[in-house]
Write a protein that binds this ligand. Structure first.
Ligand code: DP6
Length: 341
């Protein structure tokens, strides 16, 4: 493991996105980013984000560059708020220069905020001299974006919602991710990017509206707890068919809660449904393949690695204008040696 160098030096970290098989949807505390449900994800081995943080003596504001362009608006506000949190923990006031290279198509429902805030948490904690273990880094990353708490870990990770009635420090301490054992699953996630453009409504806003107005939200949240129990058992016995079935119903249920929100939130596009149909056909042809969708129209298909090429070919034919990528389980977030260059 790479240890932080001296405080004040530039530190670089890398993190990968994760895709939830049991979804995080709905917060009980927006400020602390405490979820209403536990969630479980697979960290991917593609689309890493590399982030460098350098405290800048004398600077009067943070300078944040995302993919070579100055960050602005909401993206800048979220990074500065996150740095403020790190500074308050470290008892420091120095502004920072942050440079983040993100290979995920931003805003396409492919969880760029997860890899982004996981890498930022690791790099910023090191740059400001906070010596945090992986659990504490997961809690910290959560404050940037909930799903980032899971990208601290490789393979499968479970993010605990924490005790539902705890407040303040106790609530913060109770909500973190940890690795989940999965025996010999050898999974692949085939990602059908049917639309890489930014989404019409942020997941943050959409989950708020769903919790506030959807009559389907509470029933889904309750059934999601059962899904999680079954999912953990399926992972333990390396039962990919069961893992896929549970993930698919959990995601469709989450989208049902949004469709019932007032006004409705609909991320699924016509091309999404065409891909879902092609996956159903694969199953009828005897290939175990299961879908999950996040806050966007893209479809991720869980299958055996040995079937990934066949699945990729099928979804490519179903969504001819889009692109298709194949991912496997990836590593957790880590500090890079030196400044990472
Ligand atoms: C649909 O983690 O992006 O991808 O905490 O508001 O930043 P914030 O939300 P975010 O939401 C991800 C929602 C999801 C499901 C999931 O990843 O579990």
């Amino acid at each position: 493991m790479v240890r932080p160098q001296k405080r004040g030096a530039e530190h670089a970290a890398v993190a990968h996105p994760n895709i939830a098989l049991i979804k995080y949807w709905g917060k009980r505390d927006e400020q602390l980013v405490l979820p209403r449900v536990d969630s479980l994800s697979m960290t991917l081995d593609i689309f890493p984000t590399t982030t460098r943080v350098r405290p800048a003596p004398g600077a009067d504001h943070d300078v944040v560059t995302l993919n070579g362009a100055p960050a602005e608006g909401e993206a800048l506000r979220r990074v500065v708020a996150f740095l403020d949190l790190v500074r308050s923990r470290a008892g420091q006031e120095l502004r920072a220069v942050v440079d983040s290279e993100n290979t995920v198509p931003t805003g396409a429902g492919l969880a760029s905020s997860a890899s982004g805030f996981a890498a930022l948490a690791v790099a910023a904690a090191a740059a400001y001299g906070l010596d945090l273990d992986a659990t504490a880094l997961s809690r910290l990353a959560r404050r940037g974006s909930g799903s980032a708490s899971r990208s601290l870990f490789g393979g499968f990770a479970l993010w605990h919602a924490g005790p539902p009635h705890a407040t303040g420090k106790q609530a913060d301490l109770g909500s973190y991710a940890e690795p989940v054992p999965a025996a010999d699953l050898d999974p692949a996630l085939v990602i059908a990017v049917v639309n890489a453009g930014p989404k019409a409504i942020s997941s943050r806003e959409a989950m708020r509206r769903t919790v506030d107005t959807s009559p389907l939200y509470e029933p889904w949240a309750r059934s999601s707890a059962d899904d999680l129990t079954e999912m953990r058992a399926a992972l333990r016995r390396a039962d990919l068919e069961a893992v896929g079935e549970i993930a698919e119903r959990n995601a469709l249920g989450m989208h049902a809660t949004m469709l019932a929100a007032r006004p409705a939130v609909r991320y699924l596009a016509p091309a999404t449904l065409t891909v879902l149909d092609s996956v159903l056909q694969l199953r009828r042809d005897g290939i175990p393949a299961y879908t999950t969708m996040d806050a966007g129209p893209n479809v991720k298909v869980l299958c055996h690695r040995a079937d990934a090429d066949r699945v990729a070919e099928t979804v490519r034919a179903a969504a001819p204008g889009g692109s298709v990528l194949v991912a496997g389980p990836g590593p957790g977030a880590r500090l890079l040696p030196g400044d990472g260059r």
